[in-house]
Design a protein around this ligand. Structure first.
Ligand code: PLP
Length: 390
């Protein structure tokens, strides 16, 4: 029998961590048999060296826990790639940590380097996991809006958001959901503020190889004076289309990696052993052309989707990176973004995410986010369906 005085209850923060809107749109889309452009599922081919090495690693018996910072071959491959592509020198013994995706990397970083009540700046529109990770750990996210449509950094707003309680800035470049790639000038300005106020910078560079129109991805840790205070977080989920394998990593000064590794071990133990070997093979064996052709392929997909959205009067903010498009949904009926997304799904069988998932209260009501990490014929079908909108 229920009792009014029970002590069994949810934690104080549980009600604030709501069910992901992205997931609920995906469920609804499946129910209708539609095309899901809501979720970044990334169901493109996994490169064969990655698959083959993971399978052979299982047969060789790499099925047990790994060292808490990951297997040596992967740490070495990551260090090599960081030096080659990111301008970051990191010692694979002590400055590189293999994590359970970029997600596990950020979670462990926040546990190790922040305290409850600490303020952390992130740019809006933001990736929901960044905000919710901070809330789950009882930290205070402070959203700094980027300029609408151009997504340019407003340095004055950033400066104004910093208080004596600010401990870190999260920089997601290229960004989900708006596809912004932070310019060198913007990153230098962020770096200057981080140094002036003695802040950490946590990056999320998971889309680093998805850059278009010749745009350059710059890692904040490569800027002068930033290596010591930057935790560079990335992973292979997107680059090798292995979101379910849970292989990510971070690079940081050895002052921080011990505690981050400790908390990562407590929450995730380790990234799956055989998959670490698969990821290492991908990093070591795939040629530069793999990354170049991936960018080219996704740029073509971006153009396909943006042209369909333009044709139906849903003006897209054309992204220069990542694989999402935010489009203007004000022509769709509905009192808010969720209703507009549901209208679109009902009318065209294409699922998108309400823009409100990426903004604080009141923002994003006129926006929908579409993901173009899809096989070409699925994306083409989605574009045809979208064009059927009257
Ligand atoms: N960071 C961003 C910005 C993302 O959009 C996603 C997935 O959508 C992730 C991290 C998840 O990365 P991982 O699979 O490495 O945890």
């Amino acid at each position: 029998m229920a009792t009014a005085t029970t002590k069994l209850q949810l934690s104080q923060i549980a009600p604030h961590v709501v069910q992901s809107e992205i997931r609920s749109m995906s469920v609804e889309c499946d129910r209708l048999g539609g095309v899901n452009l809501a979720q970044g599922i990334c169901d493109t081919e996994v490169p064969s060296p990655v698959v083959d090495r993971a399978i052979s690693a299982i047969h060789e018996g790499h099925n047990i826990y790994t060292r808490l910072d990951g297997v040596a071959v992967l740490r070495q491959a990551i260090a090599k790639k960081l030096a080659r592509d990111n301008g970051i020198e990191a010692d694979p013994e002590g400055e590189v940590l293999v994590t359970s995706g970029a997600t596990g990397g950020l979670y462990a970083t926040a546990l190790a380097l922040l305290n409850p009540g600490d303020e952390v700046v992130l740019f809006e529109p933001f990736y929901g996991y960044h905000l919710n990770t901070l809330l789950a750990l009882r930290m205070k996210p402070v959203a700094v809006p980027l300029a609408t449509h151009t997504w340019e950094l407003d340095l004055d707003r950033l400066r104004a958001s910093i208080t004596p309680k600010t401990r870190a800035i999260i920089v997601n470049t290229p960004s989900n959901p708006c596809g912004k790639v932070f310019s060198r000038k913007e990153l230098e300005a962020i770096a200057e503020l981080a140094i002036e106020h003695d802040l950490f910078v946590f990056t999320d560079e998971i889309y680093e190889y998805f850059v278009f129109d010749g745009t350059e991805h710059i890692s904040p840790a490569s800027l002068p004076g930033m290596k010591e205070r930057t935790i560079t977080i990335s992973g292979l989920s997107k680059t090798f289309s292995i979101t379910g394998w849970r292989v990510g990593y971070l690079a940081a000064d050895r002052k921080w990696t011990g505690a981050i590794g400790y908390f990562h071990d407590l929450t995730y133990v380790c990234s799956p052993s055989a998959f670490q070997y698969g990821a290492a093979a991908g990093l070591l064996e795939l040629p530069r052309t793999y990354y170049e052709s991936m960018s080219g392929e996704y740029q073509a997909k971006r153009d396909l989707l943006c042209s369909a959205l333009t044709d139906i009067g849903m003006t897209p903010s054309v992204p220069t990176g990542a694989y999402y498009v935010l489009a203007d949904a004000s022509r769709l009926p509905g009192a808010n973004a969720k209703e507009r997304a549901r209208f679109l799904l009902r009318e065209t069988s294409v699922a998108a995410v309400a823009g409100t998932a990426f903004f604080t209260e009141g923002g994003g009501e006129n926006l929908l986010r579409f993901c173009f990490a899809k096989r070409e014929h699925d994306l083409q079908r989605a574009c045809d369906l979208l064009r059927s909108l009257k």
